[in-house]
Every structure is written in C-alpha cells, then in structure tokens.
Design a protein around this ligand. Sequence first.
Ligand code: PA5
Ligand code: NI
Length: 156
Amino acid sequence: MDQEAYLSMLAEDDSLVYEVYEIKRPEVAGELMLGLSVVHPGRIGREYFMTKGHYHTVLDTAEVYYCLRGEGYMVMQTPDGDTSVESLRPGKVLYIPPRWGHRSVCTSRQEDLVTFFAYPGNAGHDYGTIEQLGFRKLVVEGENGPEIIDNPRYRS
Ligand code: PA5
Ligand code: NI
C-alpha cells in the first residue's frame, strides 16, 4: 500500500519476507502438492508482511491450510468480487474453495506464521492477476491491533 515506505525499506535492506518449502510431485491431476509456508514478522508502513498471493491457474481447484505456529490472516477473493478474511491461529484448518485467490499475512510481532498446505498437483499458480489488480482487502496495523481495510490501490 505504502510505496514510499516500500522503496525506502528496499533501499536500506533487502530483507526476507517469507519462505516456502515444498515436496515436489508431478504437476498433474491426482497428485497433491504439500509444503510449509513461513511468513516472517514485519511491516512495510502499516501493512504486515505477506505472501505474493495468487489464484490457481486451474481456477476450479481448492486448497487446505493448517496453521502450525504464529498469528495472522488468510486474505481471499474471487474473480467475481467476493472477499473473505479468515484468522489463522495454531490448530486452525482453513479450507479454500475452488475459485478463491489467497494470500497469507503474518500479524505476530515476533513469531513466524507457519502453515502447512496441500493442493491438487495440476492447480498451478496465476500470480499475474494479483500483480496487476492487487487484493481488494489489506491487513494493516491499527491502534488496537490488526485491521482489515479496503485496498486504496485496488484496480477494478
Ligand atoms: O499454493 C499455495 O497457496 C502455497 O503453497 C503458497 O504458494 C505459499 O504460501 C506462498 O505464497 P505465494 O505462492 O502466493 O507466494
Ligand atoms: Ni494456492
């Protein structure tokens, strides 16, 4: 959201925001892709560190996340304009139905947000749509903790 904060932070230090560890399986229907996503704590301006976010290239494929550690949110939306933001806490299982783009956001101050994920082998990742349009909702630090706001830079 905050381009000025982004550019000044990048000029100072190219810090690692998140890591993904995946068990590579053939990218075909019938297989499952499994792995861990680790989003580190931090912010750019008021906006918490997060994953790039994507739709699945085969839009009609689902995904399941299981939160192992940390606190945060899964920001989700459909191409039709529906939105949903669900909290993530250790022990929570989150089902992302077919057609829902998704991004995880770490809101812990010191702890990584660690999630296990599984999705169909043929799903693929469409990053371009989110790169061009953004997500409709953002998670930012407010006076009393995380707040969900409309993205002022969303391109409809
Ligand atoms: O497929 C998924 O949803 C995960 O494996 C993500 O790829 C992972 O959490 C990293 O996010 P992104 O792919 O948006 O960079
Ligand atoms: Ni996915």
